[in-house]
Design a protein around this ligand. Sequence first.
Ligand SMILES: [Mg+2]
Length: 247
Amino acid sequence: MLKALFLDMDDTLCDTQVANAGAMTKMGQKLTSLYGEQFDSEGTIQAYLTGIYRQWSEPQRERYMAIIEAEGESAYRVQLIRDLVAAQGQAAPDQATAQSMQDQFDLDRIAGFDFYPGIEAFLAEARKTLTLVVITNGPIFSQHPKVNAVNMKAHVDHILIGGEEPEEKPAPSIFQKALQLAECEAHEAVHFGDSLVTDIGGANATSIPSVWIQHDQVLDLNLGGEPKYTLTHPREIPSLVTQLSQL
Ligand SMILES: [Mg+2]
């Protein structure tokens, strides 16, 4: 019998892509206003996004993890902006300018961050009979403001933030903690997420039935194994939960 839903936040419950896109457009406009039409603002903001998701080369990892450990996430993101501008052959913006761009990006992103349509109503209904646990990866720096922006605490029973736990998804420990919180066995839960590596890989490794929110991604079984169910978009979550509840 189904007892609990484990739910990824970004691109599963909430439309992070839309929030990112709005903030990126504004950062691009700012870069163009500072450095002119010839400046590759688009390439720079794409590289910024790659950077904040920590998709680094090995030398970048070394450089940036040292900054994160010594001065924190915000200092890293400010340095990232300065480095990316300098990489385009421009003088890097001074600390204050880069800091204000960084702060503005966060404000714009949070202002645009929300649930997909219908998800709030779905959570309210599901919570009547199931225990709901959000399992989201990422640093406290970015995940706390997002969780607060949608008042996630009011909608689910437990929230696990990877950056606050000993290990993030796909590590089994964070899924096992969710099972303990929900007081159920792996087969009595279902995990929903859009990442084959972290969501599907982690759920599969813990024997929790997995649901992949595909969006427009290609299924690569080398990444996290085969999802038990696949949905093309989060709007399909409610009807699958209804189906699974009747099994
Ligand atoms: Mg996600």
